[in-house]
Ligand binder design. Structure first.
Ligand SMILES: Nc1ncnc2c1ncn2[C@@H]1O[C@H](COP(=O)(O)OP(=O)(O)O)[C@@H](O)[C@H]1O
Ligand SMILES: [Mg+2]
Length: 356
């Protein structure tokens, strides 16, 4: 006999986008594959509900976790409405929600910025603008240098950086409205002003750090450097150095120093544990979220500036990570997945005990 009937509420219901109803981010499959190998009994307690399918029964459910694209209401209004109905029913039954549908609406660039500003968290100011005139005035208000981008899109899509009057005027004519105007920080410049040595990657390149936050805990993920202010995997030094020509050049002794330093910084970031846990945890909590991957940068004085919280984050298998061997990615990704599973298990079992 299955133990469910004996121990009552024990399942974890994960709400995901139904076919054709949203972008699929396969982190969940990577997570489940790992969990099936490390703790099959816990893995067996997961159920999945694709939006658009028959309304799930919540009987026997301890936790409902919403694994849906964000900002949810703006991008996927039908999934949002369905998720809210499930969340309301779950709340009435005393079931724990993780990343509630309402919290998944707080990650537009401007809403996130307002929330963090209100909580006095270190982040760029941002405004939503509807006309070219408003855009020009807002860039002036935010100090001139700004990032102009879609309020809703992630993954560095439709991003313009403007510093001069001419660039602001061009952006005002070409961007689509409404647009988000974000105050620009030059963290690399701060390192240079602080007297970074020529070999210091933080003074030579732009960087962004990523950490996972789950409740009160945080865990480092990766540290990317890039020649571009808007740092992403595709423009990172990792992606560049992983190309076959660069790999070959290193075999002949070129750029080995740079490569070694960049791997060292990324590994040290992961190994040394997080110095910024409190701010990262507060940032995610302020948005009403329970877990997210947070992008941020580290300033020369040791403080941080937050870029964004991604509740619907992509985490590939370690084997598929960029420069997997050099970065020890398999072990790192597995550690991250096990850490997430451990927290989820604690939450689900606390609920189970309460119900018993
Ligand atoms: N206000 C800002 N000033 C300077 N750089 C920024 C700012 N906001 C974001 N960035 C850079 O752009 C990258 C992408 O921005 P992010 O907010 O993470 O959006 P997304 O990844 O959804 O496109 C960040 O990793 C960071 O390198
Ligand atoms: Mg990002």
């Amino acid at each position: 006999m299955r133990s469910r009937s004996m121990s009552g509420t024990r399942d974890i219901l994960v709400v995901v986008h139904g076919e054709g109803r949203g972008r699929d981010v396969p982190t969940g499959r990577v997570f489940m594959d790992r969990l099936r190998s490390t703790d099959p009994a816990f893995a067996a307690r997961f159920r999945f509900h694709p939006t658009g399918s028959v309304r799930p029964s919540l009987s026997g459910v301890a936790v409902v976790l919403f694994w849906l694209g964000d900002p949810l209401e703006e991008k996927y209004p039908e999934c949002y409405r369905e998720a809210v109905a499930i969340a309301d029913e779950a709340r009435a039954m005393g079931i724990i929600l993780l990343n509630s549908p309402e919290s998944l609406c707080n990650t537009t660039k401007t809403r996130q910025a307002h929330i963090w500003e209100r909580h006095r968290l270190p982040a760029a100011r941002a405004r939503s603008v509807r006309t070219p005139d408003e855009l020009v005035a807002t860039c002036r208000e935010l100090g001139g240098a700004c990032i102009v981008r879609s309020d809703l899109e992630h993954a560095q899509r439709d991003v313009m950086t403007v510093r001069t009057k001419a660039e602001i005027a061009r952006a005002a004519q070409t961007c689509s409205y409404p647009a988000a105007v974000v105050q620009m920080f030059d963290i690399r410049g701060e390192y240079r002003l602080a007297g970074a040595s020529p070999g210091d990657l933080f003074g030579r390149f732009h960087h962004k750090a990523r950490a996972f936050v789950f409740g009160d805990s945080a865990m480092a993920s990766h540290l990317f450097f890039s020649r571009h202010l808007v740092v992403g995997l595709s423009n990172s030094l990792f992606a560049r150095e992983a190309r076959p020509r660069r790999t070959l050049a290193r075999r002949f002794g070129f750029r080995r120093g740079l490569f070694a330093r960049m791997i060292h910084e990324d590994r040290a970031y992961f190994d040394n544990g997080l110095l910024y846990r409190k701010t990262l945890v507060e940032a995610v909590r302020a948005l009403g979220l329970d877990f997210a991957a947070v992008d941020y940068s580290i300033r020369p004085d040791g403080s941080i500036v937050l870029w964004e919280a991604n509740p619907y984050f992509y985490l590939p298998r370690g084997e598929e990570s960029v420069l997997s061997d050099e970065r020890g990615a398999v072990n790192r990704v597995n550690q991250s997945l096990d850490w997430m599973a451990g927290i989820l298990r604690e939450i689900a079992d606390a609920r189970k005990e309460q119900a018993a």
